[in-house]
Write a new protein. Structure first.
Length: 239
């Protein structure tokens, strides 16, 4: 039997990793192993080259200071990341890296942190903190988690959002949209971490990666009793 494996790049783990975002990588690892698929996790920090033949990239959130640290390095990786996105590599960006996958983040003191323009959006800092538990309606069912950001993100008219807000602020507290999606690349403000409490969405990422690499995805069902309990607890919490 030929061993199946997926390579997961954990991008900027040292600088962009708050509110439990590492749990997204751990969840993907777990759900692959339970199906007999070998996960290979490779961290990629500032100054390091992106791994070759990567199947999934996961990047977490960070404060403005963390974004400033990775800004120049992300610009160096821009062409390669854009090529990967267009080639169908699965990418999950959370909060700070979601913002930097847009065109720019204009901070509350009018400084500009340049993004790489994968999502057609930009973010502006504000004095209002968008914080609390969030529930959204997505193509992959209801997603729950936690948001904490002062940046307000505006999508361009032709940029699809990831989900619609049921509870919470989402991209900007006004549009009713949360996150963005292009090809197999997803951006969201949802921490928590996102994937442990939303197993259907986690499997969507794995399915897309397996289909791209092997032409088919044979993901058998898992017992998600505990995951669903965590989901229900999260959705029952007040804003």
């Amino acid at each position: 039997m030929v061993e199946r494996r997926l390579t997961i790049c954990h991008l900027y783990h040292q600088n962009m990793n708050i509110y439990g975002d590492t749990g997204n990588v751990l969840t993907l690892e777990y759900r692959l192993r339970q199906r007999g698929i070998t996960p290979v996790v490779i961290p990629c920090e500032v100054g390091e080259g992106l791994p070759k033949d990567v199947d999934i990239i996961v990047a977490g959130g960070g404060q403005d200071s963390g974004q400033l640290v990775v800004e120049k390095d992300l610009q160096k990786k821009k062409a390669e990341l854009r090529s990967m996105v267009h080639d169908g590599v699965v990418v999950l960006t959370i909060c700070g890296t979601y913002q930097l996958f847009g065109h720019r983040f204009v901070t509350s003191d009018q400084g500009t942190i340049q993004g790489i323009g994968i999502f057609d959006l930009e973010t502006h800092g504000s004095s209002e903190r968008l914080i609390g538990n969030v529930i959204v309606d997505s193509e992959w069912g209801e997603l729950v988690g936690f948001e904490n950001h002062s940046g307000k993100t505006r999508l361009a008219p032709e940029q699809p959002g990831l989900a619609k807000i049921i509870q919470g602020a989402g991209n900007n507290g006004e549009s009713g949209e949360e996150g963005a999606i292009v090809f197999n690349t997803f951006g969201t403000y949802i921490h928590g971490p996102l994937l442990p409490k939303n197993p259907r969405f986690a499997d969507e990422l794995l399915t897309r990666a397996l289909q791209r690499k092997f032409g088919a995805a044979d993901l058998g069902p898992l017992d998600d009793t505990e995951e669903q309990k965590a989901h229900q607890v999260a959705r029952s919490r007040p804003r």
